[in-house]
Design a protein around this ligand. Structure first.
Ligand SMILES: Cc1cc2nc3c(=O)[nH]c(=O)nc-3n(C[C@H](O)[C@H](O)[C@H](O)COP(=O)(O)OP(=O)(O)OC[C@H]3O[C@@H](n4cnc5c(N)ncnc54)[C@H](O)[C@@H]3O)c2cc1C
Length: 543
């Protein structure tokens, strides 16, 4: 072809587009973990969703993040409507996810492996459209709490259904619903006992009128919310729907939307309740215990989401490094870049394996008390470490793309903005670590479950064994609150190592050598000589 007279240069040394990609075929760590944790039967469906997560969903995410949600407090005639308008791509992403079970698979197909399969779907969805992961995970996590109240049966059934209906109409007119959660108030989020929203009993059994506010209230177009408020008997949990059972709009006022660092496709609002109708769930005064069942599952999804985010950032980095050359060699062949990529790969693999291991424990919790105890404590331990790693990880992956990684089209900026969120919400890092101390002190079965898990991995790797001995001593000695992060970190590293060792994972020894045996410095790309860089890099992407 003849060059156009306007051509100034030939475009070379640029990678081909990353999407579309088969995120199932690409992700060896995910496929292995799904099989290990007992969800092999769901593999074809996961592969199907992975194709969407590597195809249509990222396109929807681009649109939904570019065209952010808008608050509409009033209609043109001045009536209050308290609605948030979303780009059509948001609704399409929600519809796709819910139809494939990202929010409800564990509940509408309750069989062994369903929680693991749902977790894998959540991990895949987060890679493509993390904003909508917020309402999806809250809808999933609300179900066990709603089940405590027989009068809410219809809500349970509709939350579990693979039907999305984004209209602002009463629940009775919908086949499927979504749920949100309201705990955080202006005067205190971590310390929800400081909540001041008041719940006054109404004439109907279990019915209350709520007056007060929530300072963070995400996905405000959900059909209902689990909220905490002070009833006469103390802090209690309520279901607060957008529409009252008598068919009228509930007194839930959307005051404004948060202008957030990231998470742009999702709306997070501030709300006020002006005597809003709500139904109590559980006893008065047991609000925290009741809603904690939901929070356990949303925390699991924070961990899965961060593992997914790391995986996507890693895949982007490896793709770029394969196709870009500098100083006469492809980046992926530059020895120092190989150290960076291998180090990122080790971290990503361990995050994926551990997040799915905890999902497996949730799956087995109903019939296995040890797995239930493991899930209880491992969720806090894993959320702490994995969510905390994500921002630095995303930044390192971003830098693998050089300047292109700082440009929106590369996706890395969006991942980077999203990365801190999972560590902050659903209980920030300190709260997770204090929760680990609380579990160890008050629920001895959690300590026993951790020890069983760790000891089952002993005897095959010297670095792990040495760290385990020191870890057991630290666990027996205990710690005050100031040492909670150090203990949680130690347990996280050991448990991730144990997960890989027990799986006979090909990277287990290198993970233990680098993270437990001192074979690594502070930043990424500081793996010591002797770590098999090729083995870790070979698993990032096929071909
Ligand atoms: C985008 C976004 C959306 C959100 N959506 C929702 C939502 O839908 N529903 C909802 O209920 N909440 C939501 N939140 C709120 C979120 O869960 C809280 O911000 C979070 O739990 C922390 O509470 P806080 O902001 O009040 O901080 P604080 O409780 O004031 O904590 C500030 C810092 O102090 C630390 N800290 C607190 N207590 C201790 C202690 N005893 N020892 C040591 N350190 C401590 C915390 O870890 C944190 O780092 C959202 C937050 C964000 C950013």
């Amino acid at each position: 072809m003849q060059a156009s007279p306007f051509d100034t240069h030939a475009v070379t040394n640029q990678p081909p587009p990353f999407f579309p990609r088969d995120l199932w075929a690409d992700d060896i760590a995910l496929r292995e973990a799904v099989a290990r944790e007992g969800a092999e039967a769901f593999a074809p469906r996961l592969a199907g969703y992975a194709a969407l997560a590597g195809g249509e969903l990222p396109r929807l995410a681009d649109e939904a993040h570019r065209d952010r949600p808008r608050l509409r407090t009033h209609d043109r005639f001045g009536h209050r409507i308290d609605r948030v308008e979303f780009n059509a791509a948001w609704h399409e992403a929600m519809r796709t996810a819910i139809a494939h079970g990202v929010a409800g698979l564990s509940w509408h197909e309750p069989r062994p492996g369903a929680h693991v399969a749902r977790a894998a779907l959540a991990y895949l969805h987060y890679q493509a459209e993390p904003g909508s992961s917020c309402p999806l995970t809250m809808t999933h996590a609300a179900v066990p709490v709603l089940r405590h109240e027989p009068a809410l049966r219809e809500w349970v059934d509709k939350a579990a259904m693979p039907h999305y209906d984004g209209r602002d109409v009463p629940m009775a007119e919908k086949r499927g619903v979504t749920l949100g959660m309201g705990m955080t108030e202006k005067q205190g989020g971590s310390d929800v006992r400081a909540n001041t929203t008041r719940a006054t009993p109404l004439a109907g059994e279990g019915e209350y009128a709520l007056v007060g506010h929530k300072w963070f209230f995400s996905a405000p177009m959900s059909d209902a919310f689990l909220v905490l408020a002070q009833a006469p008997g103390g802090l209690s949990c309520f279901l607060l729907p957008r529409w009252r059972p008598d068919g009228g709009k509930n007194a839930l006022r959307l005051m404004r939307l948060k202008d957030k660092l990231g998470d742009w496709s999702n709306a997070s609002s501030e709300v006020e309740f002006e005597g809003a109708w709500a139904r109590r769930i559980g006893e008065e005064g047991r609000g925290i215990a009741t809603i904690l069942e939901m929070v356990m599952l949303t925390r699991l999804d924070c961990m899965l989401g961060s593992a997914g985010l790391m995986r996507m950032a890693l895949a982007q980095a490896a793709h770029h490094a394969r196709h870009r050359s500098a100083f006469g060699r492809r980046l992926v062949d530059q020895p120092l870049m190989r150290n960076v990529l291998a180090d990122l790969a080790l971290e990503s693999e361990a995050a994926t394996a551990f997040a799915l291991r905890v999902a497996g424990a949730v799956d087995r919790a109903e019939t296995d008390p040890r797995e239930a105890a493991f899930a209880r404590i491992a969720t806090a331990i894993g959320k702490y470490r994995i969510c905390k790693l994500a921002p630095a990880f995303a930044n390192e992956a971003q830098e693998c793309l050089g300047g292109a990684g700082y440009v929106e089209e590369s996706l890395l900026p969006r991942l980077y903005r999203q990365a801190p969120l999972n560590s902050i919400w659903e209980g920030s890092a300190n709260i997770q670590c204090l929760d680990v101390l609380r579990a160890l002190a008050r629920e001895p079965e959690t300590r026993a479950a951790v020890l069983v898990e760790l000891r089952a991995a002993a005897g095959v790797d010297p670095a792990f064994d040495a760290a385990l001995a020191a870890g057991e001593t630290a666990l027996s000695a205990g710690t005050d609150e100031a040492g909670a992060r150090a203990l949680a970190e130690r347990l996280a590293l050991l448990l991730q190592g144990a997960t890989l060792l027990r799986a006979n994972h090909p990277l287990a020894r290198d993970w233990c050598a680098s993270r437990l045996g001192g074979g690594r410095g502070e930043g990424y790309g500081t793996l010591a000589a002797g770590i098999d860089l090729d083995a870790a890099i070979a698993r990032i992407l096929p071909g």
